[in-house]
Design a protein around this ligand. Structure first.
Ligand code: SF4
Ligand code: SF4
Length: 443
């Protein structure tokens, strides 16, 4: 084990609240239905491949797209398609979804078999067919990430085991319960990409995970476990790459531009299992927590399971939840309905009570500069916020608003409780609309 060589700029040290860390993952039984959205990734939505009344099996592909940046979706149950209809995605956008009533048999589709390939392209096609997306929460199709653009040479692989956001422990459970899969998956990704050196980076507040993974690495593997300082957002891709390799990913550039590929621990563990079994991405480890959750725990859930049924399985609510968040408290997305489904990139479901979801009242910016000091992307949140308040959205580009990773550090430290992250999101959304209008598109 080695120490990180650099320290990233800004960041915060919020309370960890990782009360579920040492609780073994519990497998949730079959839900009464699954509702599987056709968009569970960054990129183009899939088109449904099944219709109402069809019988589907576990692992059967039920949606796909011809677009390059997309990942197919698969049925997580065997049963009957009861509807194919638009649903409001967890972010509020409307997407098509396939609703399936399980038959309880969990019969596996004939296509589920270890992938057969003769070259790298065949292997990448197989990984695309698995439906894999980045499981750390971003949801970018993994096969695209594993294929750097022409002219870009990757020489370092960084596996992200930081899990720096409060409450979430699902990656930690993966590291504790499946360290072999993580090391095996790291080796497979090194083979696929031809990268000679890999680092598995874990925050120093997870010593058992560091120990467990380190014990599986042999001389000659060219893999090192890196102990990271415990600081948010240590797991941000650019921050992680800098602390582990010392390489800075320039503004507007990708990790591949500095020769680095970053993957989440759960993503590589999935690859190891998929290459052995051929079972596509149909389930997720999810942390259930928050003051309103009766029994905080980690559960293995089938993708498409309604949030309501997940919370019911975990004992329901001990008090009225004020806010349900998919993901962590810093970067997660507030859910408007418990009918929403667990998605491929869902790593946590938090039920916050009255005290945890206090609505803060904004006051005037006192120009203390704390938001600037905390921003890991070296932005000036106060100026972006001021321009958003005046409706000067184009002006926010001068302050590089599109580089904002929406980590929430600025809002966290602001003594005036300015809604800074919301400003960033609003500015980015308005800029997207302006760009679409300029191209003659509709919004
Ligand atoms: S932290 Fe808040 S009060 Fe301080 S400069 Fe930034 S926006 Fe203004
Ligand atoms: S949310 Fe954006 S502006 Fe605020 S600290 Fe994070 S990266 Fe900087």
């Amino acid at each position: 084990m080695i120490k990180a060589i650099k320290s990233f700029r800004g960041g915060i040290k919020p309370g960890h609240h990782k009360v579920t860390a040492e609780l073994e993952t519990v497998k949730m039984p079959l839900p009464s239905k699954v509702v599987i959205p056709m968009l569970q990734h960054i990129g183009a939505p899939c088109m449904p491949l099944v219709k109402k009344g069809d019988r589907v099996l576990v692992g059967q592909k039920i949606g796909d797209s011809e677009q390059m940046i997309a990942a197919p979706v698969h049925s997580s149950v065997s049963g009957t398609v009861t509807d194919v209809r638009p649903v409001l995605y967890s972010t509020g956008v409307e997407v098509m979804a396939v609703e399936i009533k399980p038959d309880g048999l969990q019969e596996v589709h004939e296509s589920v078999a270890p992938p057969v390939y003769t070259d790298k392209e065949g292997l990448l096609r197989s990984i695309r067919e698995s439906g894999l997306v980045g499981l750390g929460g971003a949801g970018f199709p993994t096969c695209v990430k594993l294929s750097p653009p022409p002219g870009k040479v990757l020489d370092v692989l960084v596996i992200n085991g930081a899990e720096c956001e409060p409450y979430i422990t699902s990656d930690y459970r993966e590291m504790m319960e499946n360290p072999e899969g993580i090391v095996e998956g790291t080796k497979r990704v090194m083979e696929i990409t031809g990268v000679a050196k890999a680092f598995i980076a874990i925050e120093e507040n997870k010593p058992l995970a560091i120990e467990s993974i380190s014990s599986l690495i042999k001389d000659g593997d060219n893999i090192e476990v890196v102990s990271l300082a415990t600081r948010y957002p240590q797991g941000g891709e650019k921050q992680l790459i800098y602390t582990v390799t010392g390489r800075r990913v320039p503004v507007g550039k990708l990790p591949a531009d500095v020769g680095v590929l970053a993957q989440n621990v759960a993503t590589v563990a999935f690859i190891a299992n998929y290459l052995k079994t051929g079972m596509p991405l149909i389930k997720k480890k999810v942390t259930i927590d928050g003051g309103a959750a009766a029994n905080p725990m980690n559960v293995e859930v089938l993708i498409g399971t309604p949030l309501k049924e997940v919370f019911e399985f975990c004992g329901g609510f001990c008090e009225e939840p004020r806010k349900i968040i998919m993901g962590g408290p810093m970067m997660g997305v507030a859910q408007y309905s418990l009918d929403n489904s667990v998605l491929k990139q869902t790593n946590a479901l938090l039920a916050f009570n009255e005290n945890q979801a206090v609505e803060t009242k904004e006051s005037v910016c006192i120009r203390c500069g704390k938001c600037v000091a905390a921003c890991p992307m070296s932005l000036m949140p106060l100026y972006i916020n001021a321009n958003v308040m005046r409706g000067n959205f184009e002006e926010t580009m001068k302050y590089h608003v599109n580089d904002c990773m929406e980590c929430g550090c600025c809002s966290y430290v602001c003594p005036a409780s300015r809604h800074l992250v919301q400003s960033m999101r609003q500015a980015k959304a308005e800029l997207r609309k302006l760009a679409a209008r300029k191209q003659g598109g509709k919004n």
